[in-house]
Ligand binder design. Structure first.
Ligand code: C2E
Ligand code: CA
Ligand code: CA
Ligand code: CA
Length: 279
């Protein structure tokens, strides 16, 4: 495995020069990895700003390829999204995460809301709701332990249809969060119509806080808007004390980022969880 200048791994041979060949190779490898159960999930805590307790976590996929080393999700998720593979991958992820929640509960741990990224492509399949519902039932986990992070793009596409699906998910008590908020083009009227509970401010707005006055204004406006609409706000990619203090002063509800924790493996994350106290 070689590294190129942009810090990305080159994991294809010289013959595979075209983008299409690289994509095909990755597709095959994803299929194989699914069959071999080569993926695993890590969990990044979301911390409540007021209490500083872990009140949530985002499940993020990791792939340690046996020959090519670590392949970051930003490289293989888009490939999976170009084919039906993403549907298989998402069912696989949902199964893994919900199974994990039930295992932690069996160990007597108090599990916070765990969020899973669901690409908008997934909403075009007919059976997202029944897939989620079936998996919850399989592991006997209640819906309000689960949150789905949707992209802002979903607020635009097939509007009526998507609202219906989200309402079905809400009927199962599942939380809905709008990921990377501020980077897309969601119109405010869609935002009002959409049954979502949380807006997640993208890292790109957090990075230059509080130096960039423009970003300060944007973040302040998003937090005000969210609260006016009765939604909670999470900031992702929070790396410094200064950013944390600033977001806290604006009334941001939850923080996710290296300032508190990197994404953690199962064992390290479970250490963060409290034991359920029986009276
Ligand atoms: P995202 O959903 O916006 O996830 C946040 C990314 O920011 C994660 O990178 C996370 O590790 C990283 N991050 C969190 N806090 C910090 C911080 O303080 N500093 C910095 N520099 N980075 C931070 P990751 O895990 O590499 O994921 C990248 C993207 O890949 C995600 O962006 C998401 O779009 C996609 N992805 C990851 N896991 C999954 C998955 O299970 N399913 C799907 N569909 N997409 C996934
Ligand atoms: Ca996310
Ligand atoms: Ca995000
Ligand atoms: Ca992001």
């Amino acid at each position: 495995v070689k590294k190129n200048g942009k810090n990305n791994f080159i994991y294809f041979s010289h013959e595979m020069t075209t983008k299409a060949q690289k994509r095909l190779y990755l597709e095959q490898e994803i299929r194989l990895a699914l069959a071999n159960d080569d993926f695993h999930m890590v969990y990044q805590p979301k911390v409540d700003v007021k209490t500083q307790r872990v009140t949530g976590a985002e499940a993020l996929i990791r792939w340690h390829h046996p020959k090519n080393g670590v392949i970051p999700p930003n490289e293989f998720i888009p490939v999976a999204e170009q084919s039906d593979l993403i549907l298989k991958l998402d069912s696989y992820i949902l199964d893994k995460v919900i199974n994990q929640i039930s295992q932690w509960q069996e160990e007597g741990l108090e599990v916070p809301v765990i969020s899973v990224n669901i690409p908008s492509r997934e909403f075009q399949r007919g059976d997202l709701v029944s897939c989620v519902q079936g998996t919850l039932r399989k592991y006997q986990v209640v819906g309000n332990k689960l949150e789905i992070e949707i992209t802002e793009r979903l607020l635009m596409e097939r509007c009526e249809e998507n609202i219906k699906i989200l309402n079905h998910l809400k009927d199962l008590d599942i939380h809905i969060s709008v990921d990377d908020f501020g980077t897309g083009y969601s119109s405010l009227s869609y935002l009002v119509q959409f049954p979502c509970d949380v807006l997640k401010i993208d890292k790109s707005f957090i990075d230059q806080l509080p130096q960039s006055k423009d970003n300060c204004k944007i973040v302040e406006a998003i937090i005000m808007l969210a609260h006016k609409l009765g939604k909670r706000v999470v900031a992702e990619g929070v790396e410094t004390e200064v950013q944390y203090q600033y977001l806290s002063s604006l009334g941001c509800d939850q923080i996710q980022g290296y300032y508190f924790d990197k994404p953690l493996n199962i064992k390290d994350f479970s250490i963060k969880l409290d034991k359920i106290k029986f009276k």
